[in-house]
Design a protein around this ligand. Structure first.
Ligand code: BYC
Length: 364
């Protein structure tokens, strides 16, 4: 469907009142149509998407810190290359997502300010420390595994730029999952110290990973809007359950134990029942009081300051190039450049004529 400016509805009629516009908007969503940046959308939809996409982008960026910490200490060159590529992918995911958020009319620098001021959230999981090499494997297996379960449905969400970004991101996440599970498998088949290290890592990460899916449905304040407008296609609890169901078999395959004495298969529901999540811990971390929140924010501010010269150089470069474009975005050449170009064609013409008169072939 053709895109329309914000103040018009899909038929271009500006006189429609708000209720009619919302109705049409919802009909489009129910019909499975994608909403594109220039289409009319309710303010709440725009605000919710901006919140969710920007927080997702921040999570990708902050998510680089705990893993980046291990690049210099990876045990082999192959592992170092794999980890380097993974961290680089996450940086790219942040970039796609900031671009997707900008299609909603916000400025990336404002989103960054919100992160640095502590106003915007990012995924709770990245406020936990990476204490051993096994953590890199377990993050790839469980954290990226959880991300895939959460994000694959987002590739079918109602907002076009977010959905398209997620297709690419999810493909890369599945490589991350494989590299993580490979590290975990090797360690789990290794000597007793390696087995102990990987089990200890699973014990620390399991519960925080379950919290990644967000609060239980009854406490999820944003789900109602997001599910009505098909941004979220499944609830927090249903995705968490899907993740638990898949992880049990994966843990068993590598002879690791998931640290939950209440984990048992429920014949009736066909699901693995699990124990109670410590929601106090979750909210403490979300509110900035987790084990590494201060360190992550310190690092984010440092990186932002260290990168100032790059942003300034990029801005100066783009300003210089913009000066060479007229209002229609067409290339504008300075008088000096036009004169040189004219002289160039004058001389080229003279040379061609001379060559022609000598009977020599000329390039056209
Ligand atoms: N951490 O109403 P709810 C990755 C907040 S990147 C912190 O259920 P919603 C990866 C929530 O923001 C992982 N805060 O929210 C990267 C809300 O507060 P506000 C990030 C959380 O949006 C690198 C309040 O709690 N993934 O995987 O309906 C390497 C109430 O929650 C968390 C995404 O961002 C949390 N875990 O649902 C490896 C995916 N959970 O904003 C891996 C896209 C909730 O109202 N996002 N809060 O003040 C989503 O799917 C949804 O936003 C969520 C939360 C399921 C995360």
């Amino acid at each position: 469907m053709e895109s329309q400016p914000h103040n018009r509805d899909i038929s271009g009629n500006t006189a429609l009142d708000e209720a009619q516009r919302v109705k049409r908007f919802e009909e489009r969503i129910q019909a499975g149509e994608r909403i594109e940046p220039k289409d009319w959308m309710p303010d709440v939809y725009r605000r919710q998407l901006t919140r969710m996409i920007s927080q997702h982008a921040h999570s990708e960026v902050v998510g680089m810190y705990p893993e980046g910490n291990w690049i210099t200490r990876a045990p082999t060159l192959r592992r170092k290359l794999g980890l380097l590529a993974k961290v680089q992918d996450e940086c790219g995911h942040g970039l796609y997502l900031y671009c997707a958020a900008e299609t909603l009319g916000v400025d990336r620098s404002d989103l960054t300010d919100e992160l640095l001021s502590g106003k915007a959230k990012y995924a709770s999981i990245f406020n936990y420390p990476t204490l051993s090499w096994a953590d890199i494997g377990v993050i790839g297996w469980l954290v990226d595994g959880a991300a895939i379960i959460n994000q694959t449905p987002l590739a079918k969400c109602s907002y076009g730029p977010y959905a398209r970004a997620m297709v690419h991101i999810c493909k890369e996440e599945s490589f991350h999952l494989k590299q993580g599970y490979e590290i975990v498998t090797k360690l789990a088949q290794g000597n007793s110290a390696q087995k102990e290290m990987v089990q200890e890592s699973v014990n620390r990460w399991w519960w925080p990973v379950l919290m990644m899916f967000g609060p239980s449905d009854s406490d999820s304040s944003n789900s109602e809007d997001l599910m009505r407008w098909k941004v979220k296609l499944f609830s927090n609890d249903s995705l968490r359950q899907r993740f638990v169901n898949g992880s049990v078999a994966q843990a068993k395959a590598v002879k690791l134990t998931l640290p939950d004495p209440d984990l048992r298969f429920n014949e009736e529901s066909g699901n693995w029942d699990y124990g109670t999540i410590n929601w106090d811990e979750f909210w403490q971390v979300v509110k900035g009081h987790g084990p590494c929140n201060r360190e992550r924010m310190r690092m984010s501010r440092k990186k932002h300051n260290d990168g100032r010269w790059v942003r300034e150089a990029a801005r100066a470069y783009s300003a210089r190039h913009r000066k060479n474009e007229n209002e229609d975005g067409k290339k504008y050449y300075s008088r000096k450049r036009r004169k040189n170009a004219a002289l160039g064609s004058f001389f080229t013409g003279k040379i061609r004529k001379a060559a022609h008169s000598r009977g020599q072939p000329t390039r056209t």
